[in-house]
Every structure is written in structure tokens, then in C-alpha cells.
Write a protein that binds this ligand. Structure first.
Ligand SMILES: [Fe+2]
Ligand SMILES: [Fe+2]
Length: 344
């Protein structure tokens, strides 16, 4: 039986039946018997071949996106999910942003998921008035972003841009965050990173515990519910999302984690908290320091254990006590597997 073609191969085969060639080459991807002789001109053939090439290239990128992995070795790994720092805003608790970043940088076994809106970046023409009122220029905000990355850059496992960073992408085609990342191990995308966390107990382990996750700044396409703060993430798993842990931000509320059922297994929906407090935006939404952010929690930490457990807690203090209990039980904090192998 002929093995089924993957999506990329299917595109190549179908279009090569029409053009008789594969983009970039001249090699036939189909038998002569399959070819459709419709008398294409050279320019039609060249145009179709170029379109085929771009289509295949795009499909390959999509396939790679679906097969991304974060590979670690150790008894446990923790991912601090942070977002909505809005550096440049006077309402941002800048000390808390950098305190949390320093904690991530100096705590063994803790890595970071940055889930968008690190800076205000009011470059959007509709919001330029806000930039005129800002105490910081946009270049200064990007410099603050670079300082943030200097702290956590080597431990940044996932980076997803927020709508504030993406204004630069939509206006100028520049994914600036991609340009300033410091680690080649960081998985970055302007909109979504889906990956499998693989945790080997140690460098000699033959098998790993695997946890599919997905991080997006906004999950708005999947709706919202006033009764369920992570409704959109949970609903996404019912519409094809193949993940057990979904991470979101953008709502400018306190951080939280909720268990739910995803594809018959334990799922966790994580909402990152905001570092922007009682500012104009919070007041415009009715979120004051006294009401919607009672616990003032920004950071949510996802714990993954090589023995197969996973759970998430909100707040650095709670995460710290769990880390202490792990360490006193003799559990080894994880490092990237590639770093463990290089240590020899
Ligand atoms: Fe935000
Ligand atoms: Fe946002």
C-alpha cells in the first residue's frame, strides 16, 4: 500500500500534475500517466511553479510549528507564565516586573513563558495620543524590554507577542521581539506557540514525560464567559486544540490557573496576571486596585514532574514553597537537555 502523503507532499503532487514540474527544479513529482496536459504556456507554468513553491514553504513552516519541543532533563521543571507588563506605562509596577524576572533568572529549574504586551509601544495611529502623553519614548520602552531579556533571556522558553508588540508587525512588518531574543532555545511567534514539553529524568533516561501546551496572548476567537475566567482556552480544546495546558493573557486581571478536562485528560488553563495596576486602562474597564485584582497576583507557575504530574499555582510565594519542598525531598531541578549533555 502506498504510504499516505503528508500535507506538503499532497500540495506538491497535486500542483505538479498541472504544471508538470516541481517548483525550483524540473523534477517530476508524478507519473506521466497522472499529468494533465492542458497546454500551459511557459509563463503560466513558471507562475504556478512559484506559487507552488511558496505554498510548500508555508506548509513546511506550519508542520514545523506543530512539531516544536522544549526538552529538559531533571526531576521537575517550572515555567513562570508572565505577561502584560506594559513597560512604559506609569501604572505598571516596574519593581514587581523586575523582581519576578530576577526570581526566574536565579531560581534553578524555573524557566519563563512571556505571553505578550511587555511594552506599551503606542505606535498605532489610533492611539498616538497616548504616546504623546507617555513619559517614555518608544525606543526607551524597547530598551526596557532588552533589560528584561538580559535578566531572563537565557531562561525564556516561550515568547508570544501581544497586540502591543504586534502593532509594529502590522504597521511595518517588523517582529522586533524576534530580533532581540537572546537565546536560540526560545520558541517565539507573533501569535501562538504550541509545543510539547519533554522532561527526561536524567541524561540516561530512554523515555520522557510529554505535555502538549499552547500559549497565546489572546484567545478571544473562542469567546468569553463571566462565569468561567478561562472559558476561551477550555473551549479551544473542543475545537481542535490538541493541548493539555493552555496559557493566555490580555485580560488585565489577576493571574489564576484552573483545572478542566481536555480530550479526556487533566487540562490546565492559565491566565497570566497584569503588572499594570490602577491606571487609565484599568479604570476605564472598572478594574480598580480595590476590586478586580484582589490578590494582585501576576505570576502563574506551571510545574511539570518527570514522574508524570503537572499542576499550576498562582503567586511567587506559593511557587517558592513548592520549590522548597521539592528541593528538600531531593528532587533535581531541570536544565535544558542539550545543556546537560554538553556538561558531559
Ligand atoms: Fe495588555
Ligand atoms: Fe493585550
Amino acid at each position: 500500500m502506498t504510504p499516505a502523503k503528508n500535507f506538503t507532499e499532497q500540495i506538491a503532487h497535486t500542483l505538479s500534475r498541472i504544471t508538470g514540474v516541481v517548483s525550483g527544479g524540473g523534477n517530476k513529482d508524478c507519473d506521466d500517466a497522472d499529468s494533465l496536459d492542458i497546454g500551459l504556456t511557459d509563463s503560466e507554468q513558471a507562475l504556478l511553479a512559484r506559487a507552488t513553491g511558496l505554498s510548500i514553504q508555508n506548509a513546511k513552516v506550519s508542520e514545523r510549528r506543530r512539531q516544536q519541543e522544549l526538552i529538559f532533563a531533571g526531576d521537575f521543571v517550572a515555567f513562570a507564565c508572565v505577561a502584560d507588563q506594559h513597560l512604559g506605562s506609569p501604572a505598571t509596577d516596574v519593581a514587581a516586573v523586575f523582581e519576578d524576572a530576577a526570581w526566574i533568572a536565579e531560581t534553578p529549574g524555573v524557566f519563563a513563558f512571556q505571553v505578550g504586551d511587555l511594552i506599551d509601544n503606542f505606535i498605532n495611529p489610533h492611539l498616538l495620543r497616548k504616546q504623546f502623553e507617555s513619559q517614555f519614548t518608544i525606543p526607551e520602552e524597547w530598551k526596557l524590554a532588552k533589560v528584561f531579556l538580559k535578566l531572563i533571556g537565557q531562561k525564556l522558553a516561550i515568547s508570544v507577542a501581544g497586540n502591543h508588540e504586534n502593532w509594529l508587525l502590522s504597521l511595518g512588518g517588523i517582529d522586533f521581539f524576534q530580533e532581540i531574543l537572546l537565546s536560540d532555545k526560545t520558541l517565539h511567534d507573533a501569535y501562538e506557540v504550541a509545543a510539547v514539553v519533554k522532561l527526561y529524568k536524567d541524561r540516561n533516561s530512554a523515555t520522557s514525560f510529554e505535555l502538549p501546551i499552547c500559549a497565546r496572548h489572546s484567545w478571544r476567537a473562542f469567546g468569553s464567559s463571566q462565569w468561567n475566567p478561562t472559558h476561551a482556552i477550555e473551549k479551544a480544546t473542543k475545537f481542535g486544540g490538541r493541548f493539555l495546558v493552555g496559557i493566555g493573557a490580555h485580560t488585565h486581571l489577576g493571574g489564576l490557573a484552573r483545572d478542566f478536562t481536555s480530550h479526556g485528560e487533566k487540562g490546565i488553563a492559565i491566565r497570566c496576571g497584569t503588572y499594570q495596576r490602577d491606571g487609565t486602562y484599568a479604570r476605564s474597564l472598572g478594574y480598580t486596585a480595590q476590586s478586580s485584582m484582589p490578590d494582585d497576583c501576576q505570576i502563574v507557575v506551571l510545574f511539570v514532574l518527570a514522574d508524570g504530574g503537572y499542576f499550576a499555582v498562582a503567586g511567587r510565594d506559593t511557587a517558592n514553597s513548592i520549590l522548597q519542598s521539592f528541593l528538600s525531598s531531593g528532587l533535581v531541578p531541570a536544565k535544558y537537555l542539550i545543556d546537560v549533555l554538553q556538561e558531559g
